[in-house]
Design a protein around this ligand. Structure first.
Ligand SMILES: C=C(O[C@H]1C=CC=C(C(=O)O)[C@@H]1O)C(=O)O
Length: 453
């Protein structure tokens, strides 16, 4: 239940955040997710040693259940408004938690400043963050149970005992239903409209009006059976263990979930990790073919250009905040269905900042928007025949001190129990080919489609 009163930018809470935590035997992720009362939130950290992190900032996997507070905001100032509400909530907070189990707010933002919560995005504000009543956190080899409340410390002691009994009673593995199956697919962008749109963007890039734009498609899948959010996320996590799994519950039977390979930014103290992910090829049927495709990707001038624009833009966007930025080596990131060019970047902040300031500065990177940003965003708005909603926008968490971790919500779907709408996009540069880009979009639908059928 939200304790938020008044307008969205005038946050006022009946008390401050209180939080208690205890170590627990690690329960089954799937069993917790299956049984947790709504609204549920999930942040499943990549299980990938190649993702840079320091000892302390290894991102944990967390399932949240219920809402001790909900923050919402709309419009271009939504980042700042969430920040103001969160500051009011955490002022004078009382927590006894360890670092890993600390209370976090989970949520994200709409892609466009002027987002309207119309179908399929009904219930999704311009920004929404939830402080869960119960948080289960899985670290490398330990787990914690955290209970959060606003201003009600005594009740927490009883609640944590009750929650502990509940978690301990869950069976080791949750039930796994078959995927729901898909009985009808409807493209919201047809092939000839796509060709026309991509060709028009290429013409504008060649005329010097744009440098890059990322255009997306949407696909509406009507499901055969009922969607199980828990099973779908578990399947995604199994196939994409080195991606960020996420779930946002709009609380009216609509969910936004996915497994994205793209980190937007993580901040711990003054240490920043981010990265550029742009430039794509498929997977081969054999290791030799895989390597050949990876080599062609690495050597492609078109992909190098598409990628470099992202690296340079991230460096520029971070520059005002940082003392020093390090650009790592470009590499090929191999996922189950595609291979991407990836460059890790790390930085040290010049002064203390809230992660939301970095999120606001970086969103949208040219991996999902384009350059120059304003023209690219207008092109996206006027070209795409659907609302991106939260697709390609920041999702993640922040804590009471302004640390946090955010990903770019790709390879995702907004779903009800019987319809899933999928989104996928591609970077268009001067020598893009509309048909190749069409094929690349289809590859990027695969993670969610495979988890649904
Ligand atoms: C916009 C998407 O991917 C971005 C991230 C990686 C590679 C991309 C590309 O090669 O076009 C895109 O920039 C998407 O998956 O919907």
């Amino acid at each position: 239940m939200s304790r938020l009163r008044g307008g969205e930018s005038v946050a006022s809470f009946e008390g401050s955040l209180v939080s208690r935590s205890i170590p627990i035997d690690p329960p089954s992720f799937q069993a917790v997710l299956q049984a947790a009362p709504a609204p549920r939130t999930v942040w499943a950290a990549p299980n990938d040693a190649s993702i840079e992190s320091t000892e302390n900032d290894r991102d944990p996997t967390i399932v949240g259940s219920g809402a001790a507070a909900v923050l919402r905001a709309d419009g271009p100032a939504r980042f700042e408004r969430i920040r103001n509400q969160a500051d009011a909530l955490v002022a004078d907070s009382d927590t006894d938690t360890t670092w890993a189990a600390r209370p976090r707010l989970f949520g994200g933002f709409a892609f466009h400043d002027d987002h309207e919560p119309a179908p399929p995005w009904t219930g999704f504000s311009g920004a929404q963050f939830v402080l869960p009543r119960i948080q289960i956190t899985w670290g490398d080899d330990a787990a914690w149970l955290t209970t959060n409340a606003v201003g009600d410390a005594p009740a927490l002691e009883t609640r944590i005992e009750r929650a502990h009994r509940w978690v301990s009673s869950l069976s080791a593995t949750g039930p796994t239903a078959d995927p729901p199956g898909i009985h009808h697919r409807e493209r919201l962008t047809d092939r000839s409209t796509w060709r026309t749109a991509v060709t028009a963007s290429i013409d504008r890039i060649r005329a010097g009006e744009l440098r890059k734009v990322v255009l997306a498609q949407a696909l509406r899948a009507t499901l055969d059976g009922e969607l199980s959010v828990a099973d779908t996320l578990c399947r995604l996590r199994e196939s994409y263990p080195d991606c960020f799994g996420f779930l946002v519950d709009a609380t009216d039977g609509r969910y936004f979930l996915g497994a994205t390979p793209e980190r937007l930014v993580s901040l711990q103290g003054r240490s920043v990790h981010t990265g550029a992910l742009a430039g794509t090829t498929g997977r081969g049927n054999t290791p030799t073919e895989d390597d050949r495709l990876a080599r062609t990707l690495r050597e492609s001038e078109k992909n190098a250009h598409e990628h470099d624009l992202v690296v340079n833009a991230i460096r520029e966007q971070l520059d005002p905040f940082t003392r020093q930025i390090t650009t790592g080596d470009r590499r090929v990131r191999r996922l189950a269905t595609v291979q991407h060019l990836e460059t890790p970047l790390s930085a040290t902040l010049a002064r203390d900042e809230h992660v939301l300031s970095l999120v606001e500065a970086l969103h949208p990177t040219p991996a999902v928007g384009g350059l120059p940003p304003d023209r690219a965003l207008t092109t996206i708005r006027t070209t795409e025949p659907f609302d991106r909603g939260w697709y390609a926008a920041p999702v993640g968490w922040f804590d009471t001190e302004g640390n946090g971790s955010f990903a770019v919500a790709l390879r995702s779907t907004v779903a009800t129990r019987d319809v899933a709408t999928l989104f996928a996009g591609v970077g268009i540069v001067s020598d893009s080919d509309p048909d190749d880009e069409w094929d690349e979009v289809q590859l990027k639908y695969r993670p969610v489609l495979d988890a649904l059928q």
